[in-house]
Design a protein around this ligand. Structure first.
Ligand SMILES: *Cc1c(COP(=O)(O)O)cnc(C)c1O
Length: 401
């Protein structure tokens, strides 16, 4: 009856997204200058101006990954695309790969590897724990894998996997090490060259403080050698490093249309990371984590991870007995504009995941969150000592000046 598609009844209102305080597992808060960078004019993906942007993004990514790896670039896609890029380029059907699974993202790594045709051996730790070097030594001796994949910062559990010993063991066994640095990059040290990590991937929306949409990756010399020795073609056309290196490398051959404005955003986000300085940035993440921990502990809220292996940027805590997970998260969002994450996998309904990633890691967020949480807990009939959370966090900040 009504043939007019432009009838006003069908016209959506312009978007007007709410301003949130992003204290979940990512995306994290974004500096206004990063959002402004996205609004700059779009140029062509082979425009000399954009080629310069790509060069600078690569050079800044090398600094953040602490590597001189030439093959360092931003994959057009989210962190999971970075994961697939590392796996699909290093694995040929039938290759043995060990996947270390102590959370959802280790599980995803195993899934991706199996889909690419790897003969996958998984080793597991309960959610919230990390792998010992003995466990890794045992499995690499038994399986003799081509590749070992492990997550440095398990965002589903808040556990920080130490890598130093593991990297040594994997290399002594002649295997390649893939490390998931999606949440760790720019929040805790990711020392690609010092540890000899062969392939690492990250995502733009965690501690890098950029919207989601790009996945920084880096490949070391042994990884490139393994790619050169492949007998089969990489099963993904889009993520084939052999093709991508012609675009991000000196050839500048068209491969796909890079998301131009996302790369502007990453460029600005990386500028902010490097102008702050990596060491200062790691220290800032630690400071706010410790203040939050002091506050939560004064409110009798327990971490789901041992302190020695707690990540600063992802605080997984146990939901107190009798408290409704969803009701609290809704109240935080509706009354305070604060987003935190719920538990994933076996932690669903049992933990909250409080992110202090990148721009999110600041005093005002920690103090507001503790105040808001106190109100939410009170509504649930749980009454921590009044004001104790904020007082303890404040005390920590004052003492650490
Ligand atoms: C977020 C995350 C991913 C997946 O990244 P997406 O951007 O959601 O695709 C992978 N690994 C870890 C550890 C993460 O935190």
């Amino acid at each position: 009856m009504n043939s007019s598609v432009s009838s006003s009844a069908n016209l959506c209102a312009p978007l007007n997204p709410p301003v949130r305080i992003l204290m979940g597992p990512g995306p994290s808060e974004i500096h206004p200058s990063v959002l402004a960078a996205m609004a700059a004019p779009t140029v062509g993906h082979l425009d000399p101006y954009f080629l310069k942007v790509m060069d600078e993004v690569q050079s800044m990514l090398r600094q953040v990954f602490q590597t001189t790896n030439h093959m360092t670039m931003a994959i057009s896609g989210t962190g999971s695309a970075g994961m697939e890029t590392c796996v699909v380029n290093l694995i040929e059907p039938g290759d043995r790969m060990v996947a270390c699974v102590n959370g959802v993202f280790g599980g995803r790594l195993a899934d991706v590897a199996a889909r690419v045709g790897a003969a996958v051996t998984t080793i597991e730790r309960p959610f919230g724990e990390v792998f010992s070097s003995e466990e890794i030594a045992e499995v690499v001796q038994r399986v003799k894998p081509k590749v070992v994949g492990i997550v440095q910062a398990e965002t589903s559990t808040g556990a920080h996997q130490p890598l130093e010993e593991i990297a040594r063991i994997v290399h002594e066994a002649g295997a390649l090490l893939i490390v998931d640095c999606v949440t760790s990059l720019a929040g805790v040290p990711v020392e690609v060259d010092r540890l000899g990590i062969d392939a690492a991937y990250s995502g733009s929306q965690k501690c890098l403080g950029c919207p989601p949409g790009l996945a920084p990756v880096t490949f070391g010399p042994k990884a490139l050698e393994a790619m050169d020795q492949r007998k089969t073609r990489v099963s993904s056309w889009y993520l084939d490093i052999g093709l991508l290196r012609n675009y991000w490398g000196s050839n500048r051959a068209y491969h796909h249309t890079a998301p131009i404005n996302m790369n502007y955003a990453l460029h600005q986000a990386l500028r902010l990371v490097l102008s702050e300085g990596l060491e200062a940035r790691f220290a800032r993440h630690k400071l706010h984590h410790q203040a939050l921990r002091a506050g939560l502990s004064a409110m009798q809220i327990q971490y789901a991870v041992a302190p020695e292996v707690s990540l600063p940027m992802l605080n997984a805590v146990r939901i107190p007995e009798g408290v409704d997970d969803v009701a609290v998260r809704s109240q935080l969002l509706n009354e305070f504009g604060i987003e935190i994450g719920g538990g994933l996998g076996p932690m669903k309904g049992k933990t909250w995941r409080i992110g202090l990633m990148g721009e999110t890691a600041k005093k005002s967020n920690v103090l507001l969150f503790l105040a808001a949480l106190e109100q939410c807990l009170n509504r649930q009939g749980v009454r921590p000592p009044a004001g104790a959370g904020i007082a303890a966090a404040n005390e920590y900040y004052i003492a650490s000046r």
